[in-house]
Design a protein around this ligand. Sequence first.
Ligand code: COA
Length: 163
Amino acid sequence: MREVNSAVQVRFMQKEDIDQVLLIERRSFPAPWSTQAYLSELSNKFAKYFVLLEGKQVIGYAGMWVFAGESHITTIAVHPEYRSLGYGRMLMLTLIEYSKQRGVDTMILEVRVSNSFAIKLYTSLGFKRIGVRRNYYIETREDAIVMLRRLKQENETEREGAK
Ligand SMILES: CC(C)(COP(=O)(O)OP(=O)(O)OC[C@H]1O[C@@H](n2cnc3c(N)ncnc32)[C@H](O)[C@@H]1OP(=O)(O)O)[C@@H](O)C(=O)NCCC(=O)NCCS
């Protein structure tokens, strides 16, 4: 079992990270994204992807589209050997903080109904279930729970607190 390393760092994903990202991707999702899919995301100006690094090793990543006052989380994964150490939460907090700084109103995500760890993580971060998308995951025909967190009121409260 690995231990939490306080020296891990978060930065924007770069093309050079994709090979390591795919190693985690293939161990995390039934229908992993390809190199081409990540290259395309990295060239999309609305897409923001982050990696978590222990030294030079990518141990997790997360991404979202930030557009029209909304952040839509597209992916998050932690290397299987580094799970349950708080790194997933760290990545989510990075997405939330980035969205707050950009004045985003709403964060939204989809999660498999069977993914209880992820649902627990999102719920603990203030995301609320707002609906279900039937057969959302084509490869398994599994339903997705749609979860949402409003940031706008929080942003305003924080600004008022700083006055
Ligand atoms: C979902 C995922 C990113 C979470 O990352 P992680 O680093 O393991 O998560 P954390 O250690 O930060 O834990 C965050 C919360 O998740 C839940 N959790 C994580 N591991 C858990 C476990 N073994 N048992 C129960 N709950 C667990 C807990 O609520 C935990 O919060 P807590 O520690 O305060 O109780 C990771 O499990 C993963 O990569 N899964 C595969 C890819 C995936 O399913 N992505 C989500 C797609 S929507």
